[in-house]
Ligand binder design. Sequence first.
Ligand SMILES: O=C(O)CCC(=O)C(=O)O
Ligand SMILES: [Fe+2]
Length: 190
Amino acid sequence: MLMEAIQESLGIIEGKETEGKDNILRELEDGSQMMVINFYPPCPQPDLTLGMPPHSDYGFLTLLLQDQVEGLQVHFQDQWLTVQPINNAFVVNVGDHLEIYSNGKYKSVLHRVMANSKKNRTSVASLHSLPFNCTVRPSPKLIDQHNPKRYADTNFDTFLAYVTTREPKRKDFLDSRKLTSVCVEEKEIK
Ligand SMILES: O=C(O)CCC(=O)C(=O)O
Ligand SMILES: [Fe+2]
């Protein structure tokens, strides 16, 4: 439902029944889901640490349920903005796969969690993407002469190989998938 609205916003008209190998609505039906439960104990000196360092999420969309203790911050226009908890509401975060699929039209959100000096904080994050054996690539419907492909194809193996060789930081996995303008030009010439 969310993804259908996102596709519509991108101008992609595609139902689950539409033929073609890149039908992500169909692939998402049997997609992957990773559920992460985070518990942040109180920290006596919150200014010396973070609950969770800045990162962007693996996957298309993350549905996040946070309790009433604030802590989540998103990076927007060079500032960290606190996401105020709303009772019984999900925060929906754009993940790296949606940035790749939309060829950069949607940006995955850089976020972090602050430590709290007095209260425990709990959150439940549900990360949704294609099945682990599927390739995530910019939608062919968004690529043409004026809009070259901006990201390399990726899959779960590529991601695992990346995170097992280095400490994940900020949006560096996504940065590793970006095609530089030189690559884009070379591909266009070929
Ligand atoms: O605890 C939060 O609010 C965010 C957790 C998070 O970013 C994650 O699990 O990826
Ligand atoms: Fe996250």
